[in-house]
Structure formats: C-alpha cells, structure tokens
Design a protein around this ligand. Sequence first.
Ligand code: ASP
Length: 323
Amino acid sequence: MKKNILLIHTGGTISMSEDTSGAVKPGTNNPLTQGTDHLSSLADLFVEEPFNLPSPHITPKEMMELKYILEDYDKKGNIDGAVITHGTDTLEETAYFLDLTCQASFPVVVTGAMRSSNEIGSDGLYNLISSISVASSPDANGKGVLVVLNDEIHTAVNVTKTHTSNISTFQSPQYGPIGIVTKRGVLFHHTPTKHENYPVQDIKKKVSLIKAHAGMDSSLLKALLELKVDGVVIEALGQGNLPPAALEGVKDFIKNNIPVVIVSRSFAGIVQDVYGYEGGGKHLKELGVIFSNGLNGQKARIKLLVALAKTENIDEINEMFMF
Ligand code: ASP
C-alpha cells in the first residue's frame, strides 16, 4: 500500500539548474516541484515549500520552521514519513538540528544533490526517490533523522560532507552508513544505540566556531568575548589540545561563565583529556572546558545552541555533551 509522505523542499542544488554561462542557481520555478508530479506512483505526497534557499543562506530560524512543519503534520496523524530536500553545504547541520529537537514520531530523511536538475548525471531526482523509499520503510522508525544520498543511509549525528563536488560526498567517518538503498528495497544493517532529543522552542543565543592552529593566540577568543557571544566551539588540535597562548582567552570565557566546547580538527576520533602539558587535554578539562563526544565542529555548534536554549548551567551543558 502507498504511504503518505510529507515532502518539504527548501532549495539547494537539488532545486537549481545550470544556465548557458555554466552558473548553477535557483530559477523562478523549482524544477523539483514540477518533477514531483512523476513521483505519485511511489507515495501519496504532501508537498510543502516553505522557502527556496541555497543552503549557505539557511539559519537556525529556517531549521526551526522545518521542525514546526514536521510537528504540525505529526499532530494531524496521517503521515508515515517525511523527506526534506536541502542544499548539501549545510545539510548536516539542519539534519542534526532536527535530530536533536524535532518531536515528530515518523521517520525524517534529508537529501540533496551534487549536480543540479539539468546537468548530465544529475543525482537529485534519484536521491529523492531513494529518500522516499527510506521514509516509507517501517525499518526507518526510531533511528533518528536520516540522511540519504548516493544509495547510502547515514545518521544525522555522524554524517558529514567530505568532498566539494563528488556525488559520494556524504560519509560517516569512523562509523559508516547504517543502511543501503538497492533496486530491491531498503536494507538497514546497523541500528543506532542511542538518541537524544530536547524539546526547545526557540534559538536565540549566539555561538561561534573557530579552528585552532599552530601559533594560535587568544586574540580571536578575546574579540568574541567583546562581541558578547554566548558560547564558543573550538576545533582543537589532535585529541583535544590547544597552544598555551590561547589559554588566556579560554580562561576569560570560563571566568565569565560562558561555555567553551572543544572538538578535534582531526577528521575522525573523539577528544579526550589525555595530555598533561600546558594546554593539553587534562589541563583544558581542569580549566572547565567541555569535551564534545565525537561531534564535528559545525554539529557541536548546533548542539551548543540547542543546549543554551535549555539551560545556561555549565554542568548541565557538560552533561549534555557527555551523551
Ligand atoms: N551550494 C549548494 C547548497 O548547499 C550546494 C548543494 O546544494 O549541493 O545550496
């Protein structure tokens, strides 16, 4: 029996076309909205298009709008699953935001494309069809928000964009996909062991993301304090270490009760309090720095925004990052 699938178009390359000069951009009509007429044999589609934005234009405001659309449809009670089409640049942030905050009970799949609608080898419609299959699968239930592209099913928490242009750009470093889409159907081979969700209503705080480097000092951190940010995520070195010259800035944040979260600038692995030298992980932990549990920088930033919508208590935020 055909399932009821909510299809939300938000923009991105999947909704763009290439013009005669070779520029890829959105037009007045979303090619995907026209294309969706051909998808009615797959599912009964309920189509929404709240905005049509390249994903570098997406902010937490749009992410929140998506959460409310999903939850409103959930209240109506007749939806079996949802697919969101989205630009790939910030897709992982929107997917993870929804994973952390959305209360809808049906599977939510986020997809996109690396080649626009009229380019040779365009992957948009194909990824959309795969995503509808995944959202229609009862096996997709209870696995959190999923990201489906290039025949692979990834969790929102682990997936990241790894390549600027290759269609297999979405990977889950260290963990791999949790399922595949084949011509015969959808096959899950892993089940996530845990899932966190916070019922936040609004994102108001300001969180910055900066990257550590050899010779880093405290100037950027001090500038951020003057800009009155509510938290900072630092992509630290290796297992979670910082140059000694950056510590003054870190201490200023902590003195002001403003959370400092570290992730690693390394592609895989988690940050840990291993090193005991000045600026090493053990020292940072003693200072009160929060260690993220394997998230990348952009997702730790989303999580800190969500955490700050819930509490300003550093211990509680620390607890949330230990999950
Ligand atoms: N720049 C585009 C966007 O994120 C890339 C894409 O969709 O693939 O909107």
